[in-house]
Design a protein around this ligand. Sequence first.
Ligand code: GLY
Ligand code: MN
Ligand code: MN
Length: 489
Amino acid sequence: MKILVAFLSLTFCLNFLQSNAQGDMPTDFLSKDFHLDRRAKLREKLPANSVAVFFANPVRNRANDTDYMYHQDPNFYYLTGYKEPHAMLLVFKDKQTAANGTRYDEIIFVQPRNAMAEMWTGRRLGDQGVKNLLGFEQSFNNTEFKKYNVDFSKFDQVLFYDFFNDVRDNPSDSSDLYTLIEQFKVKVNYPTKDQLTIAREQKKNNLNTTALNTYMSELRGVKTKEEVEMIRMAVRVSCQGQIEVMKAIKPGMSEREIQGVHEFVYKKYEAEDVGYNSIVGAGHNGCILHYIENYKPEVSSKELILMDLGAEYHGYTADITRTIPVNGKFSPDQKAIYDIVLEAQEAAMKKVKPGTSFAELNQVTKEVVNKGLKDLGIIKSENENHLYYPHGCCHHIGLDVHDKGLRDGMQENMTFTIEPGIYIPENSKCDPRWWGIAVRIEDDYRVTKEGYEHLSSMAPRTTEEIEATMKLPSPLDNFILPEINKGRE
Ligand code: GLY
Ligand code: MN
Ligand code: MN
């Protein structure tokens, strides 16, 4: 009897979770037709008689029994819309015939539904949900893969991304990613590490672990209309974060508090996450390009603060940097450096159109920065080797912050950043008055037929615009929390 009651309650839970699942979700995700079309476009690129195989991202453990929030592999998401772990996608170049005569050219294997697991860790679509909501005709529970009759040896090429061997085995779960990969390796005769090098050199097998990345870069580098809308949303939300911080910032705030204001704004507008770890560095901390600890307890009045953050909206991320004076007014030295960086960005913007390469944009920003640094006496010659601008200026944005895409010739609907910077750390070989000044200005753009759309133009960018915004009142001016004692009473 007890077993029957337990069974009925679990069945009830499963149905309850299923029936409520849709109403609780945002409804503006990419459509299943988008993903279907992307698979069709990939299929066009695949070589004759081949199959492409993709795996979902692994679940990442944070510590003990706590995992990081799951994030799907961007290729997998792009092709399927599936946001859960422990899954595998096969895209065939040609139609295949199943034992019952069904013709198909794609299959997805997904984690099975499980009432108990769903009560603990969240709803699952299962094979039926994937059929209904994501539009797959051939979908199976991943536990079916082992006995699924697919003869990989008959293909001229089996394409997949090689494995990093960083997937945890849950020995008590036969429906995990580790098991799927192990079974795949058996089915394709995946070579041992030593055999792999020989096999690659001698082309002894039909496994191709390099071509997919080229195809995916070609596809993902040029955004569809729906993707541009997602990126626009991520960018708008991130710009609003910058604006709210400009209004709210005060000397004495901590870097984390400032990070928290940006990220609160993201959540307020339904962005599910940040697209990368937020960088909020005051003074010298701004010189650390990817400073993510954000540990400074009090930002001081005379400092600049460099804020490089991007909201992730339904998988797509913005990447925007603003550098502002904590007290609301750039000092003459801060402004001198800021205006060089701004001029470098403007010079690169002018060059954007189909056909331009990232290298050309990079070159023009370096020229402006070098000339500016020389004019200020920070370097002696424009050809001097220095570390004040140690990074490139451009990268694609999309499902990854450093998104896939070709860098040689821009095409309409590529989305990318221009982000020159100047960073002058302590003990640099220049007048100490410049030490601790770090400026990056980073904006997001879309290539149009003849030029570009400046996606992040709503975030104040010139020193005048920033100073004017910083004078505006903030809704957080009255958000004053009580003191909490750090030590014992
Ligand atoms: N936020 C990382 C970058 O700007 O590339
Ligand atoms: Mn960037
Ligand atoms: Mn950035």
